[in-house]
Design a protein around this ligand. Structure first.
Ligand code: NGQ
Ligand code: ZN
Length: 473
């Protein structure tokens, strides 16, 4: 495929499905033209199936891909989010920069092959195994950036502020020593990373850098009010439009602790004490009361839903119909990477709603009755907003980030385009129907494979083997 112009018999535009679409982009990967009802000019390549916008993955802790399969056993006492977290911390304590880069590279290649074209990396392992800053404080952030660049996935880098182990400034635990830093040192890290992120954007569309820098106060458990204020003020001085992501109200225990500490639920507290707006991504936001759903949706913030991880960790079910009834924006993330597949995140999100409401096609609406289509459009819009990048779908000025589905896949063959996307989301699991993936106008996956597929998997396996040999988790 030449990389500047492509014809698609069917393409999913922000307004819905269109026929005979000609797409053209410039050498920096920005879409110049998206032209429905076009004739296919001689010599222009045609997509192998319906073309859909690339999915941003709005929440990732890359290193956690390394513990897939290692926490699915019953320990002593009752297993919970918190017991999972102890196992995860043990793994985090052992990582070297090289192992982090290998795991992240393997993961990002997997993501591309599974239909994600961008990732928001919520990056909180900052220091060496003893909890001391590396000679270059940005060592591990740079490892993540290199992994994303080598894989060719768009990146929003979110260095994480982590200071306490619970509400009321509870001192951090030993197992958290690699995450802890002062607000001032976080602001210095952002200053150091900013020009590096901009430099990686040298070949990005005029509208925005290929790497976007934001920040993530980890959670209200981990960041006291004063530090949150200072962080946001400092960030504004660096970039007043930078994305801000925070974990919030994921577990009932967190809601109870927040109530005991402040008399308010976490989301209500945040809305009252921070300038939450469209820059913000509220990750999980699982446990909200009716007033919190209304107010948080109205703030313009994106709900960062991570369906497979939320299921894996036993978090609870987000009330999507309530959120969207209030006009709330949302996107999906694969978080702990128990599963790495954009289609499966959408499928599980819809299925959790069906189980909770005993209805079908919950995420569809009157405007867009095809549920997979409605979900894809909403999640791309919300994901792009959370990423703070120009990746909001197939429209001029946005990046040419898109996925070509395999029209010959048994779950898709012979169907009309909206049904093919539905087949991809609901009927093709375990055998992906992703055919090609373009990021920034460049083919990163062709015929379902990333060119570095084998090397990325081998590097991942080696890193995990080393980590397990050191002392079995
Ligand atoms: C994290 N993961 O930061 O990786 C967290 C666990 C915590 C999720 N919340 C740590 N899913 O929340 O304290
Ligand atoms: Zn998370």
């Amino acid at each position: 495929m030449t990389e500047k112009i492509l014809f698609a018999a069917d393409a999913l535009l922000p307004t819905g499905w269109a026929r005979d679409v000609l797409l053209a982009w410039d050498e920096r990967g920005a879409l110049l033209q998206v032209w429905p009802g076009a004739a296919r000019p001689a010599g222009v390549p045609a997509a192998a199936g319906p073309l859909v916008p690339g999915m941003p993955n709005l929440h990732s802790h890359a290193f956690q891909r390394g513990i897939g399969g290692l926490t699915e056993f019953r320990g002593s006492g009752e297993d919970s989010f918190w017991s999972w977290r102890s196992l995860m911390y043990r793994f985090a304590l052992k990582l070297t920069p090289g192992q982090l880069e290998a795991i992240a590279f393997g993961l990002y290649v997997e993501m591309l092959e599974a239909g994600f074209t961008a990732v928001c990396e919520f990056h909180y392992v900052h220091h060496d195994a003893d909890g001391r800053p590396y000679a270059d404080d940005a060592e591990l952030a740079l490892a993540v950036m290199r992994a994303a660049q080598r894989a060719g996935i768009g990146l929003t880098l979110l260095p994480v502020l982590y200071q306490t182990s619970g509400f009321g400034a509870k001192p951090p635990g030993e197992g958290q020593r690699r995450f802890i830093r002062s607000t001032e040192s976080m602001l210095r890290l952002l200053e150091r990373l900013k020009p590096l992120c901009e430099a990686q954007g040298a070949h990005a569309p005029a509208g925005g850098p290929a790497v976007r820098l934001g920040v993530a106060p980890h959670s209200l458990r981990a960041v006291p009010p004063e530090a949150l204020r200072e962080l946001l003020a400092g960030l504004d001085a660096i970039d007043s439009t930078a994305p801000v992501h925070i974990h919030i109200a994921e577990q009932v225990q967190e809601v109870e602790d927040c109530l005991a500490w402040s008399g308010q639920r976490p989301v209500a507290w945040l809305l009252d004490h921070a300038p939450v707006d469209a820059r913000w991504c509220l990750v999980h936001a699982t446990h909200m009361d009716a007033g919190e759903y209304r107010r948080a949706a109205a703030s313009g913030a994106v709900a960062g839903l991570c369906p497979t991880t939320e299921a894996n960790l036993g978090d609870g079910i987000f009330a999507l119909p309530r959120w969207t009834a209030d006009g709330g924006a949302w996107g999906v993330g694969s978080d702990s990477h128990a599963c790495v597949n954009a289609a499966e995140e959408l499928m599980l999100l819809e299925y959790s709603q069906r189980l909770a409401t005993r209805r079908r096609n919950v995420a569809a609406d009157a405007q867009q009755p095809e549920v997979a289509t409605a979900m894809t459009l909403a999640a791309v819009r919300g994901g792009a907003q959370a990423a703070g990048r120009h990746i909001a779908g197939l429209a001029p000025g946005q990046q040419a980030d898109f996925v070509v589905l395999d029209a010959a896949h048994p779950a898709l063959a012979g169907l009309a385009a909206p049904q093919q996307l539905a087949g991809h989301v609901f009927a093709s699991h375990r055998t992906s129907a992703v055919h090609d993936v373009f990021v920034n106008g460049r083919a990163r996956v062709a015929a379902a494979r990333h060119p570095d597929h084998d090397a990325a998997q081998a590097g991942f396996v080696t890193a995990r083997r080393q980590l397990l040999q050191e002392s079995p988790t």
